[in-house]
Design a protein around this ligand. Structure first.
Ligand code: ZN
Length: 238
């Protein structure tokens, strides 16, 4: 199965990029991908900077198809340099259908301080960040398969990983979920920053409650993702 330029998957991926830029979580670099059902291929944003494109204008035509070795199987463009943070995660996580790499500023600030984002924001139906999101302890770009492997290993079965001084990678059972995890990661980081100005940030959920919250949130229905998606999409400029 391949994905043509007008496929709903590419349209949704392009909308995801525009939402991330609109929310300040991606400036002019960052990328999203999705697994093409029934294949070992992914649909991912191509390297479009050389053509003078800006990510706020991302369209379905900016995506191409790549295999899990990082080789282009459909399309003429080069892959993004950090292709391996996508491919190596898909190799070890059959549950993951979408991977997003963004540069959320407050999350990055916490990564520099060595402070993991924790499960402090539950208003969106729960949290998946538990006692702390893993921090990839290097700011080098994930341009080599071995670095992608390391990142995937540290991610484990979590849904988000912070990258020191650099950004974050989030995953989801859908494109919408990968985006919502990034949005919630940054919202949680902002709340931790605000709370710190009033005093020490104190965990308020027990391990059992955090595990239950994560289980519930991960199992959220497609419909609930659509509600969030409609909200974030509605904030895009008309
Ligand atoms: Zn990056």
């Amino acid at each position: 199965m391949t994905v043509n330029d007008s496929s709903p998957m590419k349209e949704k991926l392009a909308a995801a990029m525009r939402i991330m830029v609109n929310e300040g979580l991606i400036e002019n670099s960052g990328h999203i991908s999705a697994r093409i059902p029934g294949t070992d291929h992914i649909c991912i944003l191509a390297h479009i900077h050389s053509e003078g494109h800006v990510l706020r204008d991302t369209t379905a035509a900016d995506f191409h198809t790549v295999n899990l070795d990082g080789k282009v199987v459909e399309g003429e463009r080069e892959t993004v340099g950090e292709i391996y943070l996508h491919t190596e995660v898909y190799k070890v996580r059959s549950d993951v259908k979408s991977v997003l790499h963004a540069h959320p500023p407050v999350t990055i600030a916490l990564s520099i301080a060595g402070t993991p984002v924790t499960g402090v924001y539950v208003a969106s139906g729960g949290t998946v960040f538990g006692n702390g999101t893993p921090i990839y302890d290097s700011s080098t770009h994930i341009n080599r398969p071995q670095d992608g492997k390391k990142l995937a290993q540290l991610l484990g079965d979590q849904m988000a990983i912070m990258m020191k001084g650099h950004g974050a990678v989030t995953v989801g059972a859908s494109i919408e979920q990968a985006c919502i995890v990034t949005l919630n990661l940054e919202r949680s980081a902002k709340l931790m920053l605000m709370a710190a100005s009033f005093g020490k940030v104190r965990p308020f959920l027990s391990d059992k409650e955090l595990a239950e919250s994560s289980r519930r949130w991960r199992g959220d229905s497609e419909e609930s993702h659509q509600v969030f998606w409609a909200y974030w999409g509605g904030r895009l400029p008309k």
